[in-house]
Design a protein. Structure first.
Length: 397
C-alpha cells in the first residue's frame, strides 16, 4: 500500500468526504495523492435519525457503504488513526503502519461517551431507555414512544458539546405531537431536563421555541444535567448546575442525549487544545501551530454548533486555503461561523434556524424562518437527504 501522500484526510464522515470531493474538483494535480483514513465500513446521514426515532423515516435510508461515498481518485485507508507525529508529518495507524503527508486535514468527528452517565450504557435500548444517537438503537426510540400510553416522558440534553444542539429537543416535540395525535396526551407529562440555561442560543429562535414549549405544555427544567439512570426503578438523577444539588425524576420513558467529547486519538495529540479539540483558527481553519494542518467539522474547536450545515460552509474554506498553501499564496477564504439547525417542532412543522459566530440569524429564505412551516419540514425530510448524498458528498454544494 502507498504510504506517502500529498494530502491526508483523517475521517470519512461528512467533513472528510466533502473536502475530498471538492479537492478533486478544484485540482487535478491531487488525483491519487489524497488519502482518507477511515476504519468504518458504513457512512451515515445522521440528521435523519430524528425522524426515524419519531416514526417518520426508515433508518435504512440513512446508511450507505463507505466504499460508495469515497470519491474516485482518493485512496481509502481502512484503518484507524492512532498517533499524530506532527513534527514529522506522520500518522501512525492502529496496525502501526506509518503514513506521511505534505498536508493534513483533520475531520475526526465527535466521540459518543455512553459510559459517562452512570447506568446508561447497560440500559440503552431496553427498559424504556432510548436514544437517537445510535443507528443500532434509534428504532427503539419509536417503539418506546408509540407504546407509551400513560406517565412521564423525559428528554435530556447534557452539559457536554453535542452533535446538532437542537436534536435533543426535536424528538421531544415529535413525541409530544404523537401523544396528542394518538389521544393519550392528557395522560402524559413531558419533561425536558437540559443543562443549558435556555431552550436555544439565538434570541430570535429562542423566543419562537419558548412559545412552542408553552403551547405543548412541556415542563422545561434548565441547568439540569443527567448524571445517572436507575433503569430498574425508572429513576433519573440530575445535578442542578447552579446549586450542585441532586434531583430525582421518575419516568416511564427516557430519551437520553449522551455525553460527547473529542475523539481520544485527537485529544491526546499535539494538534489538540486544552479541551481535546483540533486547535484551528476560527476563520481560516488552519491549525494555530502547524501551518500545513487544517481542521473542520465536529472535531475542530470552532465556537459554533456542530452540524452538517456548518461543515457545508467550512469545506470550501479548507479546500481553497489548503490549495493556497500549496501554491505559497496567502489564505483568503474565511468562515463566519455559519451553522443551521432545522428544528422539527412536530409532524409537518419546522423552524429553520440559521446563524453565525455572533449568534445572529443569517437566514437564506425569503420569509421569517422563526415561524413553524410545513414547507421547511418537507425540505428536511425529503430534500436535504438528496442534497446530502448527491450534492454535498460529491463536492457540488
Amino acid at each position: 500500500m502507498k504510504s506517502s501522500f500529498k494530502i491526508v484526510i483523517v475521517g470519512g464522515g461528512t467533513a472528510g468526504i466533502s473536502v475530498a470531493s471538492r479537492l478533486l474538483r478544484k485540482s487535478q494535480s491531487v488525483m491519487n495523492e489524497v488519502a482518507i483514513i477511515e476504519p468504518a465500513s458504513k457512512h451515515y446521514y445522521q440528521p435523519l435519525w430524528t425522524l426515524v426515532g419519531g416514526g417518520a423515516s426508515k433508518k435504512e435510508d440513512s446508511e450507505r457503504s463507505m466504499a460508495s461515498v469515497i470519491p474516485e481518485g482518493v485512496v481509502w485507508i481502512q484503518q484507524a488513526a492512532s498517533i499524530f507525529e506532527s513534527e514529522k508529518n506522520q500518522i501512525i495507524l492502529a496496525d502501526q503502519t506509518v503514513i506521511t503527508y505534505d498536508y493534513l486535514i483533520v475531520a475526526g468527528g465527535i466521540e459518543i461517551n455512553w459510559g459517562a452517565i452512570k447506568g446508561l450504557k447497560e440500559a440503552i435500548g431496553t427498559k424504556s431507555v432510548c436514544s437517537n444517537y445510535s443507528f443500532e438503537h434509534v428504532d427503539y426510540t419509536w417503539q418506546t414512544i408509540r407504546n407509551l400510553k400513560l406517565g412521564t416522558a423525559l428528554f435530556t440534553h447534557p452539559v457536554s458539546p453535542v452533535k446538532c444542539g437542537g436534536a435533543p429537543q426535536k424528538i421531544m416535540y415529535l413525541a409530544e405531537d404523537y401523544f396528542r395525535k394518538s389521544g393519550v396526551r392528557q395522560n402524559m407529562k413531558v419533561i425536558f431536563g437540559s443543562a443549558n440555561p435556555a431552550i436555544f442560543d439565538v434570541l430570535k429562535y429562542r423566543e419562537a421555541l419558548e412559545k412552542v414549549v408553552e403551547r405543548k405544555e412541556i415542563d422545561v427544567r434548565f441547568r439540569r444535567n443527567l448524571i445517572e439512570i436507575k433503569a430498574n426503578e425508572k429513576v433519573a438523577i440530575f445535578e442542578n448546575l447552579d446549586t450542585g444539588a441532586k434531583e430525582q425524576v421518575r419516568y416511564d420513558m427516557i430519551h437520553v442525549t449522551p455525553y460527547m467529547n473529542a475523539p481520544k486519538f485527537i485529544a491526546k495529540s499535539p494538534l489538540a487544545d486544552e479541551n481535546g479539540w483540533v486547535d484551528v483558527d476560527m476563520y481560516t481553519l488552519q491549525h494555530k501551530k502547524y501551518a500545513n494542518v487544517f481542521g473542520l467539522g465536529d472535531s475542530a474547536n470552532l465556537p459554533t454548533s456542530k452540524t452538517g450545515a456548518a461543515i457545508r460552509k467550512q469545506a470550501p474554506v479548507v479546500v481553497e486555503n489548503i490549495l493556497s498553501c500549496m501554491r505559497n499564496q496567502p489564505l483568503k477564504k474565511t468562515y463566519n461561523g455559519y451553522s443551521s439547525c432545522p428544528i422539527v417542532t412536530g409532524y409537518n412543522k419546522l423552524i429553520l434556524a440559521e446563524f453565525d459566530y455572533s449568534k445572529e440569524p443569517t437566514e437564506s429564505m425569503p420569509f421569517n424562518q422563526a415561524v413553524e412551516r410545513t414547507s421547511m419540514y418537507m425540505m428536511k425530510k425529503d430534500l436535504l437527504p438528496i442534497m446530502y448524498w448527491d450534492g454535498m458528498l460529491k463536492g457540488t454544494m
